[in-house]
Design a binder for this molecule. Sequence first.
Ligand SMILES: Nc1ncnc2c1ncn2[C@@H]1O[C@H](COP(=O)(O)OP(=O)(O)OP(=O)(O)O)[C@@H](O)[C@H]1O
Length: 575
Amino acid sequence: MIKLLTGSRRTLWMAAAACMLGSFTIYANVGLLAASAWLISAAALHPPVAELSVAIVGVRFFGLMRAVCRYLERYVSHDVTFRLLADIRGWLYTQLEPLAPAGLMAFNKGDIFSRLVADVETLKFFYLRAVFPVLIAVVTAAGTVAFLAWLAPPLAWPVAGAFIAAGCVIPVVLGRLGQTTGRKVIEARAMLNGALADSIEGLTELAAFGQAKTQAVKVTALNSRLINRQKQANAVMAMADALGTLGMNITVIAVIALAAPLVGSGTLAGVYLAVAALAVQASFEAILPLPAVIYYWQESKAALERIKDISRQPVIAQLSGTKEILPGAVHLAAHNLSFAYQPGLPSALSGITFNLPQGKKLAIVGASGAGKSTLAGLILRFWDYSQGALLLNGDDIRNYAPAAVRRAISVVSQDTYLFNATIRDNILLAKPDAAETELKAAIAGAMLGEFIDKLPQGLKTMTGQNGLALSGGERQRIALARALLKTAPVWLLDEPTAGLDAYAESIVMENVLQAAGSCSVILITHRLIGLEAMDEILVIEGGKIAEQGSLAELLAQKGVFYQMWGLQQDLLNTT
Ligand SMILES: Nc1ncnc2c1ncn2[C@@H]1O[C@H](COP(=O)(O)OP(=O)(O)OP(=O)(O)O)[C@@H](O)[C@H]1O
């Protein structure tokens, strides 16, 4: 994580340059005020103009230097900060990706967005308001004290003491007072984001069940809570500002009080009295942001913790295989496979055994909740099993990289996600470089052609967020077209015809099974369509195999499957 926050060697150099430029900006202010003070004091004594010329040039020089350094400092410090934030976002996304879906169950969508956007955004203050100000203050304070030690040594130590009091004591005291303020703001913001995301996702349900107002009350309460916490944080910051300014004014008065006797005794020339006072006042520009550093530090620490939570998900360690799948046949087999979603929960699957050499067609049927999708999740390495064995080409599937396993499997799931893009782009997701003929064949195989032809913009029609501009059946057919386009040796079809009417269902199944050719097929369904083309059927009940065999064998057994089949035939006859 430290590596992530410090970035590359280049970023470190850029951060150092930003701090140098920040210090030069304040030095320029010190120089500007000191030269002006000297100029005004000396001019009051009516010296020849030539004696003032160096100070006049100094005022011009420091004035220009301050503007240029401030611009460059802002440019470099923001550039380095935004580069680091971009790196952190990229890193966080790479952490999130392998977590889906198992590891993300601990977070709601709004919370994930909050971590990815708001928490990462918060970290910009870590650099701009917590790290850079401290470094700039140290450099500037040291320079000012050294200047005073040269100009009027008795002023150096008291000013150094004032810098320490204003820059260290006030922040530490305020930090203790508002110890958890930063963290509380982050927590309240995350809760509000979570509730907002939930409300937007479930807008239709809330409206349909008349719960929109109740949800609005909940969101408003969370919003008020965030505002209150921000108010507390603002109070701490305002106190920090006020105390800093008070410290600066007291120090300037103290400098004048200490310097006046030095002028009286002739130790310090009178024209330098205002120089010392204004130089100290100008250098406080570096000290004033310090009291707020503790707050930004706390806030960044809380945001960082929340970001790190993602990479600490145990599933990352579990789903850790690295082996690649060699091109060619893929042989899947399970022996006594058992799995529970969490320790303590009843097993979602137990004692599952099957054999799927390349080209075999296997159907997994069972009632809702039997464990069919769980088995699909294990095959896709979304979860890892705890007992038994799931083998890919004779080796434990857990040894293979999850991405390699998923590349070898073409999936149509019950809830395929469609991106807010065109139908064409959504289908091409499976194979971005597919030829036009391949795309057309996939569209025809999924029975999408007629539907697309009727659309004024055809394949260029936008699907809307998660395909909301389409019907459930249309969405499912796009998902099928995607799967048909992907050239993978194994097809995993989880309720592929959900949302289609009985006629379209049987034609689509016929097309899909024909297109599968020599690919292995795992067809998960509770609707017994297309089973005639299957080599073997696994009937699952309560996570266990109830029956197993070909269609003819299962019908001959006259068991559970026979009853399901009978019911299905009755239903089809009536529709
Ligand atoms: N993420 C999860 N955490 C805990 N339990 C789960 C989770 N997902 C599913 N289950 C449970 O595991 C069991 C099997 O669920 P699964 O989704 O595999 O059933 P299914 O046969 O695919 O059902 P359907 O046909 O309705 O999709 C169910 O009892 C379900 O409640």
